[in-house]
Design a binder for this molecule. Structure first.
Ligand code: NAD
Ligand code: UDP
Length: 313
């Protein structure tokens, strides 16, 4: 049976991934320091005979015999990754070194959860993997953007120097049930604000764009990437190319929740990217015709249901 380590496994994406891997019959170890993740995300898995939970911080080395590593540990929302910026860089850089070191030692494959933030505030649209990006190295988002860029560098150097089998995916804005309602990301913010009858906080004039991917589409892309031949390292964009302005998203959430909330405008945070849309032709070619299957309307419906239940509790 394949043994799989998921770092950041108690977070939003990690908890869904652990669940999916167990469904496929793998043995899963979830490692997390619970900074932004929570036990409640994986509590339903604790009795599973092939699930194991380890409280550990990846800025410290970790050793176990394992066949595959999904390296997801890292706070992902601007609010949380800026809360302790130095820790965020340590997680991306030292944490990734430790996971790559482990992969090297036990001959495991490793998938790195990289991000569309690699492209910064992109001047090429839509973003292809060849684009090197437009990132401010000293701004408030840099701890995350540059940390993740360095993590990609490390992956490629471990591949070139030590022949570690690395797989890099660049994840574009992903949403779904189990997002942390307090982490400040736009989809969770708007839904929770709408359900509570509070004003929806649009930053700037709301004309900036994002392309939103539902969690199930990401999981499919991620697992297919792990299953590619050893000579496929990426990076590969995984996202939904349908692009929306933030104002359109706010209006859609209001319509779908039937909320009477109003929209209020707040200042745009520093270095907030103006546009973002993945070119997914590489993913489509390498990952057996992978493409997102779930529309924003379908995904939002499921996410709204989840937050309704959470708020009730
Ligand atoms: P999340 O905050 O819900 O999950 C991150 C998890 O990592 C949490 O459980 C947290 O406690 C854990 N963690 C953080 N630092 C750690 C450390 N030093 N040691 C051990 N565990 C640690 O965020 P998410 O949305 O699930 O993101 C998961 C990964 O995917 C992150 O690496 C993120 O950068 C990447 N990603 C996510 C998105 C997205 O839209 N959700 C987009 C691009 C990339
Ligand atoms: N945003 C917003 N209101 C909010 C939260 C976010 O208008 O309450 C905007 C934010 O400025 C950005 C976009 O929504 O332009 C996506 O923000 P998020 O933090 O979800 O992700 P990221 O900026 O990392 O793509």
């Amino acid at each position: 049976m394949r043994r799989i380590l998921v770092t950041g496994g108690a977070g939003f994406i990690g908890s869904h991934l652990c669940e999916r891997l167990l469904e496929y019959g793998f043995e899963v170890t979830c490692l997390d320091n619970f900074f932004t993740g929570a036990k409640k995300n994986i509590i339903h898995l604790l009795d599973h005979p092939y699930f194991e939970l380890v409280r550990h911080d990846i800025i410290m080395p970790y050793f176990m015999e394992v066949d595959e590593i999904y390296n997801l540990a890292c706070p992902a929302s601007p609010e949380h990754y800026q809360f302790n910026a130095i820790k965020t860089i340590k997680t991306s850089v030292m944490g990734t070194i430790h996971m790559l070191g482990l992969a090297k030692r036990v001959h495991a494959k490793i998938l790195q959860a990289s991000t569309s933030e690699i492209y910064g505030d992109p001047q090429v649209h839509p973003q292809t993997e060849e684009y090197w990006g437009h990132v401010n190295p000293i701004g408030i988002r840099s701890c995350y953007d540059e940390g993740k860029r360095c993590a990609e560098t490390l992956c490629m150097d471990y591949l070139r120097q030590n022949k570690v089998r690395v797989k890099i995916i660049r994840i574009f804005n992903t949403y779904g049930p189990r997002m942390n309602p307090d982490d400040g990301r736009v989809v969770s913010n708007f839904i929770v604000q709408a359900l509570r009858g509070k004003e929806l906080t649009v930053y700037g004039d709301g004309s900036q764009t994002r392309s939103f991917q539902y969690i199930d589409d990401l999981l499919e892309g991620m697992m297919r990437m792990m299953g590619t031949k050893d000579d496929v390292a990426g990076p590969v964009n995984i996202g939904n190319p349908r692009e929306f302005t933030i104002k359109e998203l706010a209006e859609l959430v209001l319509e779908m929740t039937g909320s009477k909330s109003k929209i209020t405008y707040k200042p745009l945070p520093q270095d907030d990217p103006i546009q973002r849309q993945p070119d997914i032709s590489l993913a489509n070619r390498l990952l057996d015709d992978w493409k997102p299957m779930i529309t924003l309307e379908e995904g939002l419906q499921k996410t709204i249901e989840y937050f309704k239940e959470t708020i009730k509790k």
